[in-house]
Design a protein around this ligand. Sequence first.
Ligand code: SAM
Length: 283
Amino acid sequence: MTADTWNPDQYQRFKDERSRPFYELLALIQPSAARADETGKGSADAGSGAHGAGMRVVDLGCGTGELTRELHRHLGARETVGLDSSSAMLSRAAPLAGGGLSFQEGDIPSFAQRLAAGDEAPFDLIFSNAALQWVDDHPPLLVNLTAGLAPGGQLAVQVPGNADHASHVVAAEVAQEEPFHTALGGHVRRFPILTPEGYAASLDRLGFAEQHVRLQVFGHYLGARDDVVEWVKGTLLTDYQKRLSPDLWDAFLDRYRARLLPQLEDSRPFFYPFKRLLFWARR
Ligand SMILES: C[S@@+](CC[C@H](N)C(=O)[O-])C[C@H]1O[C@@H](n2cnc3c(N)ncnc32)[C@H](O)[C@@H]1O
């Protein structure tokens, strides 16, 4: 097991920018939902009262939990569980628990397998913002998540689709240079996300009654092009940091910066276009 290099402070540096896709995803959730009961059978929600009142929700890869709390409050959910594998992120989330909101440490694919095995009570909403890109093999993952939904339950996911931006391409190139290639054992971080039409076809095959899939470009104004490095340090580069010694990590970062910055426009503010894929479906 590699080290937990998620750093809540680094991740939160672009908190406002990172929360925009979350709100777009939240807006896709429909108010009236089936209600998952304790026995695993769903029953229709009359839809009275708060948006999504009575829903049982899970937020996969909840991170620092602030957006999970926002989700829980916005929906007026009966119960929301935030799941994450990073103890550093969860320690930030823990004080936010209460009033039906809880956090637990766990791995998304293992949790999805438990859902499929019926070891977890079904959810009215399975939500995930900017986390499933870290999980391999999405088609079987979607099968397992779907099995964990109550009748009428909803799946709402956002994943970055920015792998072809210089900020991501250069990271993969540096990882293949020496001495990093050897130190990383040949590892290059690829995000195994499907195309928008790939998700649409998967959701259709899984029998969802309704779906909405879209690719959206979020334009972020950063102070200067150097801020792109700070942004990526909070996410993609954590995957290299955890596999390198501190000295090699410093060298990796220097090399990354030296190769990346000349490829970015030297303007202030710097416009960072970030593609993201959002998909929502209802059983
Ligand atoms: C980019 S952060 C997003 C956090 C939060 N959803 C948000 O929107 O602010 C990704 C989170 O996914 C978590 N994560 C990555 N792989 C995971 C896995 N296999 N199981 C559980 N959590 C995982 C990380 O620990 C991290 O907190």
